[in-house]
Design a protein around this ligand. Sequence first.
Ligand SMILES: [Zn+2]
Length: 248
Amino acid sequence: MSATEGSKAQTCPIFMYHNIAQAPNDLRRWRSLYVSPGAFTRQMWLLKRMGYMGLSMTNAMPYLRGEKLGRIAVITLDDGYADNLESALPVLQRYGFTATCYVVSGSIGRYNNWDADKLGIRKPLMTPEQLRAWHDGGMEIGAHTRSHPHLTQCSDAQLRDEIAGSKADLEDHLGVLVTQFCYPYGDMDDRVADVTRSTGYDAATTTQRGRAAAGMDLWRLPRVQIARHHMLPQFAMRAFTHYENRRA
Ligand SMILES: [Zn+2]
């Protein structure tokens, strides 16, 4: 096998979802952040059908580190919306998949206060009980800061508070180990990545487009966004081909 074939075999998509719900009819902008429960179910079905395992970030680490080879797709959901528990969890369980939900630790049980005004909608976030149900259902909880700031604009002290503080909050309040991180808005630089690494996370994801490959910088992992308007063939292109790398 050539080096090219080898590296191709070891790439995988890290899917980025937000809401698994029908987009409200009165929502004019940002409807793309919603994937309907039906579409999500068809996407997971297709992965299974094609012989792929849907994995949480932690379950995918051996593949991302190049220690293991296999047909995998990583499933991540940002912000910690209550609809993830209601509509994504049963589907993930049906197919034997795991997924990582990145939670904003300062907004547990509240709503998306960082973009509710811009979006014109308050979306409920999981309560501590719901986060426990997500975790007890076999899914992973990752950290997504305390207040969803633009991290590159934070002082060093704020950075530590947001990145280490959210890990401590989630571990203390939920009694779970938190080793995965996601940069809000994908906003990060070397300084932000250094703090994330030294805080003790195993990896962190961005919003940069592309497939992840074994041997990549684990604190700058690109993702593949799945949006409301993606029909199944468009999902398949993003899941199974190098389409996203060409678009990156
Ligand atoms: Zn977010």
